[in-house]
Ligand binder design. Structure first.
Ligand code: CUA
Length: 355
């Protein structure tokens, strides 16, 4: 009869563990490399700093892991051999072997301290790069307010007529440093665009700032990174980095008031909007709707997604969302709206005209 120790072959187990780790690592690289939400695909100076620190830690920790596994097997084999024919009283190890073990422990401790010290210095340098580098340059400011469970985005301006508010979609110009002023109206959220920067919490009653810059045009996904309630996972946003000309054109449209209804159906849709529960929470600039409890809808049709990047912004999804958003994001603060089918179609015509 074989003992349990004989049944479990430690080297075979270790080899399998190593293969699993390699697979997980490869899967991680495939899943997160080249995706619109990836810490290892930096698209700006802030994320490049973080990426460098991430890879340093990855390589060093992988090396440490492999060394620890190797020494674990050596130790296990030593124990197994010495346990064969164990007698009592146990033989004391020779002083020479004791001294060798002590040297191994001392070297390992010194190596650990050295590695931690290198990490400390590098993370300090990265932290300084993140806070000081871009702040020293001339940039623009965007205000982001976290709500359960969406992002309010306001573009302040010294010229009051050029201020505008949008939601869940941030446009920035490539090569221009942006300072984000972060606030929250309810609970703690965390602003995180992995391709562009690290995380920063949005804390009720406190204003925090994070700098970032996109070095190449692209569409980058962001995600709330602090558990903030039932729909935390569905609190995403998009950052669209474009050329200065494209940004200026976008900004010019966003500053405008909403387009007036262009036909009878849109006209009716606007009346439905203004006479139903919609108007209690949403603003459409240029109409009497001015509440800022929910997202500003002045240019709703110019956005790619709705419901904080949860759904594509198309007619079917808008209809589902307006009728009963609780089916899609249970617990969100928008109540179901029971509308006559004709009224709903007219409302959708109007909402889809808000370019
Ligand atoms: Cu907001 Cu998690």
């Amino acid at each position: 009869m074989t003992t349990l120790r004989e049944q479990i072959s430690f080297p075979a187990l270790g080899a399998r563990l190593l293969i699993v780790c390699l697979w997980l690592g490869a899967g991680f690289a495939i899943a997160y490399g080249g995706s619109p939400q990836s810490v290892i695909e930096p698209a700006g100076p802030q994320s490049a700093h973080i990426n460098q620190l991430w890879w340093l830690m990855f390589y060093v920790c992988s090396g440490v892991f492999i060394v620890v596994i190797i020494f674990t097997f050596i130790a296990l084999r030593g124990r197994r051999e010495s346990s064969i024919g164990d007698t009592f009283p146990v033989d004391f190890p020779a002083p020479e072997a004791e001294r060798r073990k002590r040297m191994v422990v001392i070297s390992a401790t010194a190596g650990t301290v050295l590695i931690l010290f290198i990490f400390l210095v590098d993370s300090f340098l990265v932290g300084r790069g993140l806070t000081a580098e871009l702040a020293a340059k001339q940039g623009v400011t965007i205000e982001v307010t976290g709500h359960q469970w969406w992002w309010e985005v306001r573009y302040p301006n010294v010229d009051a007529s050029s201020i505008f508010t949008t939601a869940n979609e941030i446009h920035i110009a490539v090569g221009v440093p942006v300072s984000f002023t972060l606030k929250s109206t309810d609970v703690i959220h965390s602003f995180w665009i992995p391709n562009l920067s690290g995380k920063k919490d949005l804390i009720p009653g406190k204003i925090s700032t994070i700098w970032l810059q996109a070095d190449k045009p692209g569409i980058y996904r962001g995600q709330c990174a602090e558990y903030c309630g039932h729909q935390h996972a569905h609190m995403a946003l998009w950052v669209i980095a474009e050329t200065q000309e494209q940004f200026n054109a976008w900004q010019k449209t966003q500053i405008q008031s909403a387009l007036s209804p262009a036909n009878a159906s849109q006209q009716r849709g606007q009346q439905v909007f203004l006479s139903s529960a919609c108007v209690m929470c949403h603003a459409i600039n240029g109409t009497p709707a001015g509440s800022n409890i929910g997202p500003n809808l002045t240019h709703l049709a110019s956005r790619n997604t709705i419901a904080a990047a949860t759904l594509q912004n198309d007619r079917d999804h808008l209809a589902q969302w307006v009728s009963d958003s609780q089916q899609i994001k249970p617990g969100n603060h928008m109540p179901p709206n029971v509308l006559a089918p004709d009224d709903l179609q007219a409302l959708l015509d109007y909402l889809q005209s808000l370019k």
